[in-house]
Design a protein around this ligand. Structure first.
Ligand SMILES: NC(=O)c1ccc[n+]([C@@H]2O[C@H](COP(=O)([O-])OP(=O)(O)OC[C@H]3O[C@@H](n4cnc5c(N)ncnc54)[C@H](OP(=O)(O)O)[C@@H]3O)[C@@H](O)[C@H]2O)c1
Length: 245
């Protein structure tokens, strides 16, 4: 596809769900993909499926050095980085009154620090080449208050505010860096797996089962944003099931 073919795109959270399907879709449209997540076996399987246009690195977004190594892998393998999809995230859920402080910190470390580490690794490349595209997965939970998911919602609001503020800085700095914030609604992935069993979890699972979209709905949105001409910044995309309030 025009403006996708031969682009080198780093994807975090590529071992399952949205990241996995987006990698597949971008590669099918001619991109070279650099896959990141912690589960190496899953990355290897996907890279084998895609073929010569995929490389992977078992890496943790909460570790800055891992994100640096990912950019090095992209440059060593394909010579450049054109775009990054900072998509890795977790959602253990639960009311704040449950005081699951470990889960709060995990969400901050992966959903916020992970995105910042990813950006810190690619920005020197994008600034030097005066082009680039940063795509981040926020959530519908990043657009409103969500009971039962306060910290998660906070991390997704952070991503939204940070990336859109960065966009305005890039405008004044003339770096030609495009930004896209994706806000998915209910998508059938492994995201709910880390929520502790509860009545609320069962209700959410039932909703996802009945109404949730498959990850290709988000992959298509990312493909759309990437494929636009260089002077078109698709800044925000909300994708939710028709039956999601
Ligand atoms: N599914 C939805 O309904 C929905 C809605 C709104 C937003 N989102 C967002 O979409 C993004 C993708 O989630 P998903 O729905 O596709 O769920 P998923 O299937 O659970 O995928 C999450 C991905 O993040 C990776 N990951 C988690 N912690 C990581 C870490 N420390 N370092 C590197 N990678 C890590 C996981 O890989 P490893 O475990 O192998 O590291 C996995 O590849 C997340 O940011 C999520 O918040 C999802």
């Amino acid at each position: 596809m025009k403006n996708v073919e031969n682009k080198v795109i780093i994807i975090t959270g590529a071992s399952s769900g949205i990241g996995e399907e987006t990698a597949r879709t971008l590669a099918q449209n001619g991109a070279k993909v650099v896959l990141s997540a912690r589960r190496e076996e899953r990355l290897k399987k996907l890279a084998d499926e895609i073929g010569e246009n995929a490389v992977y690195l078992a890496s943790d977004v909460s570790k800055a050095e891992d994100m640096g190594a990912l950019v090095k892998l992209a440059k060593d393998s394909f010579g450049k980085v054109d775009a990054v999809f900072a998509n890795a995230g977790v959602m253990p859920g639960g009311n704040m009154s449950e005081l699951k402080v470990k889960d709060w910190m995990s969400m901050v470390n992966i959903n916020i620090v992970g995105v910042l580490n990813t950006m810190a690794a690619v920005l020197p490349e994008f600034i030097a080449q005066k082009s680039g595209h940063i795509i981040v997965t926020s959530s519908i939970a990043g657009t409103k208050s969500v009971p039962g998911n306060a910290v998660y919602s906070g991390t997704k609001h952070f991503v939204r505010a940070m990336l859109d503020s960065f966009r305005t800085e890039s405008v004044t700095e003339h770096t030609n860096i495009r930004t896209t914030i994706i806000y998915p609604g209910a998508i059938k992935t492994e995201l709910l797996n880390t929520i502790a069993p509860s009545e609320t979890k069962s209700m959410v699972e039932e909703f996802y089962k009945n109404v949730g979209l498959t990850p290709d709905a988000i992959a298509g949105a990312v493909l759309y944003a990437v494929s636009q001409p260089d002077n078109v910044d698709v800044s925000d995309i909300i994708v939710r099931p028709t039956l999601e309030p």
